[in-house]
Design a protein around this ligand. Structure first.
Ligand code: NAD
Length: 333
């Protein structure tokens, strides 16, 4: 099997490549990534000597380049993760989000459609897995969950760009019968996330004894999914999901932001223990909420559980601790 992973130098993509290569010894993986500020190839340095891993720097917005690569590599499958992914940045400057997330998705999807329409691919089972977010569904109040039937109501330029790309992928199934599957997942956490995201920010600020910023009163709720659980879910959907379907992937693990931040501080108190007056929680500082900050996201992941037998792990404290230890060693080295 020849597999393309797009965005493989980012947080989820890099964890996914390591996981897929380890668990699928017959797979060759080509990582396509533009290497934006959010990327970091060092996490994949152990793969340098592997003849099953290849990397190509490319901007998916560059259609000619994407055409050349797809034609030459002839993938049997694509895990499409490349995207501009930071909501705050999309508020400050939405254009790269529309380019990379909408146009970039179209380019790689269209090139695969052309390739897989050829005679030699007719019976190949080649598949395009599009990785999206629960943010396309908008926000929830205190109750209820997003299901695959929840109408789209994106609120930020980021989620709108992801919603647009989901619709293009859906249309390729409906119009051309292309074998596509889409996943919409909740907030991921784990090693190798960019320093700008919530959990790394909290750890970094705490270790540096700087104020830990929390939007509003920290009442916003997110459902936290361990990135390694996400990788097993993506593999399962790629191999066993039904063509044209969407699968929601969540962690069954809701936390108010402030509770999560306090949890992290508690673990840092135990693992590092250098917080002001013995407690990193003293660094928590509430800052003005951002515009369009969705109140709550929560995923109903029963479809992927019932159809594909996937469930997230339950040891949140253990996985959060593992994550924190990884960042401590990164920031201290
Ligand atoms: N991290 C989360 O909690 C989360 C939650 C839901 C969905 N997602 C989705 O999962 C995917 C991966 O997220 P992530 O957190 O790993 O993001 P990330 O920002 O860490 O990594 C994204 C990668 O995509 C690359 N990229 C961006 N634009 C590109 C372009 N035009 N051409 C080629 N490469 C490009 C970047 O260089 C980067 O390496 C995204 O599609 C995101 O929308 C992430």
């Amino acid at each position: 099997m020849k597999i393309i992973v797009t965005g493989g130098a980012g947080f989820i993509g890099s964890n996914l490549i390591l996981y897929l290569l380890e668990n699928n010894p017959e797979w060759q993986i080509l990582n396509l990534d533009k290497l934006t500020y959010a990327s970091d190839l060092s996490y994949l340095k152990t793969l340098k000597s592997s003849d099953r891993y290849h990397f190509k720097k490319v901007d998916l917005v560059d259609r000619k380049e994407v055409n050349k690569i797809v034609k030459h590599f002839k993938p049997d499958g694509v895990f499409h993760l490349a995207a501009e992914s930071h909501v705050d940045n999309s508020i400050k400057g939405p254009e790269p989000f529309i380019q990379s997330n909408v146009v970039g998705t179209f380019n790689i999807l269209e090139e695969c459609r052309v390739l897989w329409g050829r005679e030699e691919f007719q019976e190949s089972g080649a598949r395009f897995l599009h990785v999206s977010t629960d943010e396309v569904y908008g926000e929830l109040d205190d109750e209820g969950y997003f299901t695959e039937e929840t109408p789209y109501a994106p609120n930020s330029p980021y989620s709108a760009s992801k919603a647009g790309s989901d619709m293009i992928v859906r249309a390729y199934y409906k119009t051309y019968g292309m074998d596509v599957v889409t996943t919409n997942c909740s907030n991921n956490y784990g090693p190798h996330q960019h320093d700008e995201k919530l959990i790394p920010v909290v750890i970094q600020k705490a270790i540096n004894k700087e104020p830990i910023p929390v939007y509003g009163k920290g009442e916003n709720v997110r459902d936290w999914l361990f990135v390694k659980d996400h990788c097993t879910a993506l593999e399962r959907v790629f191999k066993q999901g039904r063509a044209g379907e969407t699968y929601n992937i969540g962690g069954n693990n809701e936390w108010k932001n402030i509770e999560l931040v306090r949890n992290i501080c508690e673990i840092l108190n135990e693992e590092v223990g250098e917080g002001p007056e013995g407690d990193y929680k003293n660094l928590i500082s509430f800052v003005t909420d951002r515009p369009g900050h969705d109140f709550r996201y929560a995923i109903d992941a029963s479809k992927i559980k019932n159809e594909l037998g996937w469930e997230p792990s339950t040891d949140f404290d253990g996985m959060l601790r593992e994550t924190i230890l990884w960042y401590i060693s990164k920031y201290r080295s």
